[in-house]
Design a protein around this ligand. Structure first.
Ligand SMILES: Cc1ncc(COP(=O)(O)O)c(C=O)c1O
Length: 395
């Protein structure tokens, strides 16, 4: 937060940017990272001493906790990566091969659009974009007609980071599986806040990030790969196992993990996962629906504010995007921070096609993303700031 002497500033970090990364974190998350750095710090799998074994245990427990969250019984099918972007790259580049056709949607993030663009430019794949409605829902009729004989994968963004729109996952999975097309789900905006049963939903691959709804630190994320899907590794190197071979181990999870794992990040993530388990995903979701509904209704009362995305908060993650006719989004974000101490995100949010779908390209939107720790009082302060800004925009 920049220095600010406006007396309206109630709290120098009123944080409405949880879709970028969540803040604050539960107290235990901060503590676990510090303890791990100070006292843990063994290199997992590399030696036989106590610290190494402790680091191994920590990583295994975190794998187990992720597996439990998405109802997967075999933790070895969970691999850790740098973030959701890394996990999506591992999935896309490890799964697709020459001649494959891919379906993806307009709500996809650049972490899907850019790897697919690379594979397309390199002549590896062809692809078809599934258009989305003005509120961000994929066109399911279009999807039904888009399959080809060589279609191998459908990529689904579980919830849009622009509008919050939750994709009709079950219907899309059923549609793809009936053609023997596999599924990759991007849960960057839903893991930890929306219930996901990867087995019951028959998800083939699921990418997650550790620093948003899972309440852990940046630099963590990963991928669930169901049994029967063998990805070609994106990276090869040290694993601490089979060191005599110049071939990377084939067994999961080492197959898709190389180099020293971020055990400080995972120590924090494990505490985030413990917090979510204690509260329950259902209760977290209920709270987020409640505060999104409150925020949406308050913003609706400001006439010049145009809201984008579903009005029904049961169909969205905890995101509300808006524009004010004629006003620059970046400027609104700047005034919110410099005059009121409110932090949010403005622009295209790394999802240009989503903005084309909702008719906010190229200016983008102002995105408000409350989180688990946001109160209605915080929202009241935000809304009163936006009323001031809207009045200025009108005058
Ligand atoms: C829908 C979606 N997918 C992927 C990502 C990438 O996540 P990460 O920053 O963990 O790489 C984001 C991040 O904002 C996102 O919102």
């Amino acid at each position: 937060m920049t220095d600010c002497d406006n007396k309206n500033v109630r709290n120098l970090n009123l944080y409405f940017d949880n879709a970028a990364t969540s803040w604050p974190k539960p107290e235990e998350v901060y503590k676990a990272a510090e303890i791990q750095m100070r006292q843990g710090c063994g290199n997992p799998g590399r030696s036989g001493h106590t610290r190494t074994l402790d680091a191994d245990r920590l990583i295994y427990q975190t794998r187990e906790a992720i597996a439990e969250l998405i109802n997967v019984t075999d933790p070895s099918r969970i691999i850790f990566a740098l973030n959701a972007t890394d996990a999506l790259n591992i999935a896309l580049k490890g799964f697709l091969s020459k001649g494959d056709h891919v379906l993806y949607t307009a709500m996809d993030h650049n972490s899907v659009l850019r790897p697919l663009g690379r594979l397309r430019r390199d002549g590896v794949i062809t692809s078809t974009l599934i258009p989305c409605s003005e509120t961000g829902f994929p066109d399911l009729d279009f999807l039904e007609e888009a399959y080809q004989a060589d279609t191998r994968l459908l990529v689904i963004n579980h919830a849009s980071n622009v509008t919050g729109t939750i994709a009709p996952l079950e219907k899309m999975i059923k549609s793809a599986h009936s053609r023997e097309v596999n599924i990759l789900v991007d849960t960057a905006q839903t893991a930890g806040t929306v219930d996901i049963d990867a087995v019951a939903m028959e998800i083939d691959m699921l990418a997650f990030t550790g620093h948003k709804g899972l309440l852990g630190s940046t630099g963590t994320g990963g991928l669930y790969v169901r049994k029967g899907i063998d990805l070609a590794p994106l990276r090869e190197g040290g694993t601490g196992s089979q060191s005599e071979l110049d071939m990377h181990p084939e067994a999961m999870p080492e197959r898709l993990e190389a180099g020293t794992i971020n055990n400080t990040g995972l120590a924090a993530l494990l505490e985030g996962l413990n917090f979510i388990k204690q509260r329950g995903v259902a209760a977290i979701r209920e709270h987020e629906i409640d505060i999104r509904t409150y925020l949406y209704e308050q913003l609706q009362s400001i006439p010049v504010v145009k809201l984008h995305g579903p009005s029904d908060s049961y169909s969205a993650s905890c995101i509300v995007s808006f524009t004010i006719n004629g006003a620059d989004c970046g400027e609104i974000g700047y005034v919110l921070e410099s005059s009121y101490g409110i932090l949010c995100r403005t622009g295209l949010h790394c999802a240009p096609l989503a903005h084309k779908a909702i008719n906010t390209f190229p200016e983008g939107t102002v995105r408000l993303s409350p989180g688990f720790f946001t109160s209605k009082e915080d929202i009241d302060f935000l809304v009163s700031a936006l009323k001031d800004i809207a009045a200025l925009a009108e005058s």
